[in-house]
Design a protein around this ligand. Structure first.
Ligand code: 3PG
Length: 306
């Protein structure tokens, strides 16, 4: 049985060591393909793999066609919008994620970006504090919950909107659950995005919505670039010179954002939210364990395709 770790953005070495331990203890072989850059290298490496562990790596029909012996792909992380689920089902390949395993890391980075924004990107001028400000958590999943936990330490007033999570689940954490997404943006000084990229959410963070934020508002994105309507956010930030946008997922229009909004815009050069030793260990080892459970016991917990 051959398990391939295919990560263009590599895990910390300690996580790969942990994955190897799990895989070898099960009597399987581990192959590692890191920083592969071009797809051709991935297509070559998947040829004899029975299982693949990935991060944001793209698994499409072409990769699945090349991987003749593949039975399972585990996305070591939360979002699986990088995997063509229908193609995987058609190829009889099981797809899983590892929910919750990297969520603290992402939540901590959201605060890193938030502090940076309200302190004017450390440019020497007076900023503002997070204490007493209204934080809007847009979607209350694993990351959203961790953001709420940390926000309490900052002394923020915490609000959340989630189209699927029952209000009582949100409110038992001491977070005010709002009835509409519009209300979240109207109410909050800082909004932190934690929605997945789906057909419904793509381009949904737009002129009308962000334009509802109070003066001096900051939008924090540690979710996905696709949820932002970039052209509309640019138009809005041109008109509303008080708004700031900080993101861990570089927009397609990064150069335009950077040129037009100096002092109000920041993007990490590479998505860094889950890039900690702890998150890599948690998600990587969970992925390896899920693969072993799948082959040895037929366990399909965390399967995300049909
Ligand atoms: C996730 O969906 O788990 C995060 O976006 C992390 O992605 P990454 O593994 O590519 O850092």
């Amino acid at each position: 049985m051959k398990i391939l770790v295919a990560t263009d953005k590599p895990f910390a070495k300690v996580a790969v060591d942990g994955i190897r331990k799990e895989v070898e203890a099960a009597g399987y072989e581990l192959a590692v393909l890191e920083k592969y850059g071009e797809k051709a290298k991935l297509l070559e490496a998947v040829k004899d793999a029975n299982a693949i562990i990935i991060r944001s790596d793209i698994i499409d029909a072409e990769v699945l066609d090349a991987a003749k012996d593949l039975k399972i792909v585990v996305r070591a992380g939360a979002g699986y919008d990088n995997v063509d689920l229908n193609a995987a089902t058609a190829h009889k390949v099981c797809v899983m994620n590892t929910p919750g395993q990297n969520s603290n890391a992402v939540a901590e980075l959201a605060f890193g970006l938030m502090v940076m924004a309200v302190r004017n990107f450390y440019n020497g001028t007076s900023g503002t504090e997070l204490k007493g400000k209204k934080l809007g958590i847009h979607a209350y999943g694993n990351v959203g919950r961790n953001v709420a936990r940390v926000a309490k330490g900052f002394g923020m007033e915490i609000y959340a909107y989630d189209a699927f999570c029952p209000k009582d689940v949100i409110e038992k954490d001491g977070v005010k659950a709002l009835d509409s997404v519009e209300e979240l943006y109207t109410t909050c000084n800082v909004v932190s995005l934690h929605i997945p990229a789906t057909a419904e959410t793509k381009n949904s963070i737009n002129y009308a919505l962000v334009g509802k934020m109070p003066k001096g508002g900051a939008l924090v994105n540690t979710a996905r670039k696709e949820v932002i309507n970039e052209a509309e956010l640019i138009k809005l930030m041109e008109e509303r010179t008080d708004l700031k946008y900080v993101t861990d997922i570089m927009p397609v229009a990064n150069e335009e954002f950077a040129a037009k909004f100096a002092g109000r815009y920041f993007s990490t050069p590479k998505k860094m939210g889950a890039q900690t030793a702890e998150a890599n260990i948690n998600a990587g080892i969970a992925a390896a364990k899920q693969i072993v459970g799948f082959f040895k016991d037929g366990c399909e917990k965390f399967r995300v395709n049909k």
